[in-house]
Design a protein around this ligand. Structure first.
Ligand SMILES: [Zn+2]
Length: 602
């Protein structure tokens, strides 16, 4: 047997443990407490959203005896084994529960509404939003019943175009229509006795959106004239110069693509982007093709959009996926999810032959109407390789000029010139960059300075930080409240950190169980030690290694060890020895569990 170097194995274990810690640190709850709010000032507390793009957006706004929650999202794309998404830690809400008047939601993307099913039942209050946004909220609660979350939210649809205002205590709210990549997105206006606050939600200032419903520039300008104390503005694309091109420019690309395609055409879009679905439907209809929609979340959203009149599908155009599978190739367009290569999404399943009705084949064309979302670059590349191997013709936005088509995607977020414009329109006294990590918020800060806002009038807040301000007194940072993330798995359960850490450790080197059965009377070893491994080495192919381990375990069992302390010491010794032994031979440090059983002995 090789020499056991105790320190090497433990050092490697510590490194692995530190790696797991690093992964989890970003989501860890930081405990803090601040004194109650100054009653004459507006208090703003971001509980999420300031740590990255799409990061569980949620901001608390308080004045006097009233409080509102602006957006209540979850964070997808958590890179931790077995974790589906993260929601904000809401300990702070306990302290303002008595004055919570409502949740005001800017739009129906999950990073703005996904937290509601977990948070609203614990802190009930009415939910306010546009008709489509409220539809998306209701859908979330319907879906949540599958995870045993039963809750009927009290929802209020607000008329954006009629500039409806609702008064809640001393606060008055209004929604302003803005363009984004989901129908009926809005900015939120909150009027308080200490001044007016605007939260832009996610937006762009597209003058020609496909649904002909541009941002309500006139109303924003009017509010600006009347006076805005604080503009909280999203920060996703604050690194992009100029303006985001108008959505309208894409329609021609879709018409041309459908016209020139001979076989089946598959178009992958984000499930909530109804404008993109509309332009595909328009192009298909124009060319006499039928359209099938696939992907559960997209179907649900499209149904809602059709019901509310935002998505128009000509009669006879829509077919089910079953019918689609029987149509001649040249008569079909399939709109599906999965353009980012997300495993389990429709396009990925069709590519690997695991889709119930469709398998992609040579002669098919696939249009991917998106660019990779940060973090999805590898799967985006992978699905590209998979589709090319199948012999399909691929058209993707990043390579559209090489692929021989027009542009296929525009972002739903404002670029720098649009950010400058919204500052000019609303003319705020103070600017607070929101919904982005430190880097994007700092680029946003630069835009604010360029627009003539004094450096100390730009509020840079991390999650949990508290600021108070009013129209008569300068903003003051008041410390921090408890903030962080709770990690939620596929079943909807919040998973404690100790469990997620184990999962991270297990996914690298697996685990080994060493079972020892001793005689209760004299502590003799009654049978050969049991060794079970999962995710480590295959026992079958490593007989000498496993036999060697059994021999080492035998050496540790001595007839003296039958007291409780003796058994505990034996377990520890078996564990340490196994770890060192396996490290010496495999350079791996699996999770080792030692089990000692005492029996009457035969
Ligand atoms: Zn959004």
């Amino acid at each position: 047997m090789k020499t056991i170097k105790n320190s090497d194995a433990t050092r490697q274990l510590r490194r692995k443990s530190d790696g797991a810690e690093r992964l989890l640190r970003k989501h860890r709850t930081i405990k803090a407490a601040v004194s109650p709010a100054d009653k004459k000032r507006i208090r703003i507390v971001p509980l999420g959203g300031q740590n990255g793009i799409g990061e569980k957006n949620m901001i608390v706004l308080e004045y006097g005896n009233d409080a509102l929650i602006l957006d209540c999202g979850f964070e997808l794309g958590i890179n931790v084994a077995g974790i589906n998404y993260a929601i904000p830690v809401t300990q702070y809400l306990e302290t303002i529960r008595h004055k919570l008047r409502g949740y005001v939601i800017s739009h129906g993307h999950l990073d703005h509404i996904g937290g509601l099913v977990h948070i609203l039942p614990n802190f009930p209050a009415p939910v306010f939003g546009s008709q489509f946004t409220i539809g998306m909220v209701r859908t979330q609660f319907e879906k949540a019943t599958e995870k045993n979350i039963q809750f009927e939210p009290e929802c209020h649809v607000m008329d954006m175009d009629g500039h409806q205002r609702i008064t809640l205590g001393e606060l008055t709210i209004e929604l302003i229509r803005v363009t984004h990549s989901i129908p009926e997105s809005s900015a939120i206006v909150i009027d308080t006795p200490a001044g007016r606050v605007i939260n832009t939600g996610d937006f762009r200032l597209d003058p020609e959106p496909l649904d002909a419903m541009p941002s309500d520039i006139t109303r924003l300008k009017q509010l600006g004239k009347e006076g805005v104390l604080l503009l909280m503005s999203e920060s996703t694309s604050t690194t992009k110069p100029g303006r985001t091109p108008t959505e309208h420019t894409l329609q021609d690309s879709f018409y041309e693509l459908v016209a020139q395609t001979k076989g089946r055409l598959f178009v992958a879009v984000f499930s909530s982007n109804m404008n993109r679905i509309q332009m595909t439907v328009n192009a298909a209809h124009h060319n006499g093709r039928k359209v099938a929609l696939d992907g559960r979340s997209m179907m649900a959203t499209a149904e809602l959009a059709v019901r509310l009149g935002g998505l128009k599908i000509p009669k006879g155009t829509l077919v089910s996926m079953q019918e689609a599978a029987r149509l001649p190739d040249k008569q079909l367009v399939v709109i599906c999810t999965g353009g980012q290569g997300e495993p389990g999404a429709a396009l990925s399943r069709m590519a690997i032959g695991e889709h119930q009705h469709m398998k992609l084949k040579k002669g098919d064309s696939v249009v991917v109407s998106s660019t990779p979302i940060p973090g999805n670059e590898i799967s985006y590349q992978q699905i590209g390789d998979d589709l090319t191997n199948l012999g399909v013709s691929l058209f993707r936005h990043p390579t559209h000029q090489l692929d021989g088509c027009g542009p296929l995607h525009v972002s739903g977020h404002a670029a720098r010139d649009e950010h400058a414009e919204i500052i000019q329109l609303t003319r705020p006294k103070y600017l607070m960059p929101i919904y982005g990590g430190a880097l994007n918020r700092s680029y946003h800060r630069q835009i604010g300075i360029e627009q003539g806002i004094a450096e100390d009038s730009i509020l840079m807040l991390d999650n949990g930080q508290v600021v108070e301000l009013s129209d008569t007194r300068a903003p003051k940072l008041r410390g921090k409240v408890t903030s962080g993330a709770l990690l939620v798995d596929q079943s909807g359960m919040v998973i404690p950190e100790i469990v997620t850490k184990d999962r991270i450790l297990l996914q690298n080197d697996g685990f080994v169980i060493v079972g020892v059965t001793l005689s209760k009377t004299d502590g003799r070893l009654l049978s050969s030690p049991d060794i079970i491994t999962r995710g480590h080495v295959a026992i079958r192919d490593n007989t000498p290694l496993i036999e060697g381990l059994r021999r080492e375990v035998r050496k540790l069992t001595t007839p003296k060890r039958t007291s409780r302390a003796g058994i505990d010491a034996l377990k520890q010794d078996v564990k340490d020895m196994t770890l060192n032994y396996l490290f010496a031979h495999t350079k791996q440090t699996p999770t080792v569990v030692a089990v000692v059983t005492l029996t009457d002995g035969k």
